[in-house]
Write a protein that binds this ligand. Structure first.
Ligand SMILES: Cc1cc2nc3c(=O)[nH]c(=O)nc-3n(C[C@H](O)[C@H](O)[C@H](O)COP(=O)(O)O)c2cc1C
Length: 149
């Protein structure tokens, strides 16, 4: 059993919905899960958090959703080393945006690496051009590793 913090960045709610579905899957595997859509640094640095799952869309031109911007800035400023914690990022985006495709998720992925958390899996990009329902891509991906946490 792992203690999992799911951090959500969303504008229109798709990433939030994926997070809620992910929490159900993970709880079904007996993990303890908290979902944060107004995330705070202290929630992920808590010593009993084993795994951080970031689920974020992208807005503007490669930008983070407003609900997660303060968290990102605080995390960068405080720079708490996350050695010993694992993380993974699910990035919701739209490939028609070209170079900024999944840019929000990529910023978060890079920051968690800088903070020395251990990447469990490479970032999953979910393209709105391909998936009407991003959970169709996210849930099988989560199930592929969640039992072994
Ligand atoms: C105004 C606007 C700007 C966007 N900019 C980007 C972008 O730069 N890169 C990208 O990959 N997707 C971009 N998207 C697509 C969203 O990230 C995608 O639709 C996502 O599934 C929305 O998830 P959400 O409902 O959780 O916010 C943009 C969408 C909108 C409406």
């Amino acid at each position: 059993m792992a203690k999992i913090a799911i951090v959500v960045g969303t504008v229109y709610g798709a990433a939030q919905f994926v997070a809620e579905q992910a929490a159900e899957v993970l709880e079904g595997l007996s993990h303890q899960v908290n979902v944060y859509d107004d995330p705070e640094v202290s929630k992920i640095t808590a010593p009993d958090v084993d795994f951080i799952l970031v689920i974020s869309s992208t807005t503007g031109a490669g930008d983070l959703p407003p609900n997660i911007t303060e968290f990102y800035v605080n995390l960068k400023d405080q720079f708490p080393l996350l050695t010993g914690k694992q993380f993974a990022v699910i990035a919701l985006g739209d490939s028609s945006y070209g170079e900024t495709y999944c840019g929000g998720g990529a910023q978060l992925d890079a920051l968690f690496e800088e903070l020395q958390a251990t990447r469990l899996k490479g970032m999953l990009k979910i393209d709105a051009c391909e998936y009407m329902q991003p959970e169709d891509a996210a849930l099988p991906w989560i199930k592929s590793w969640a039992e072994n946490l």
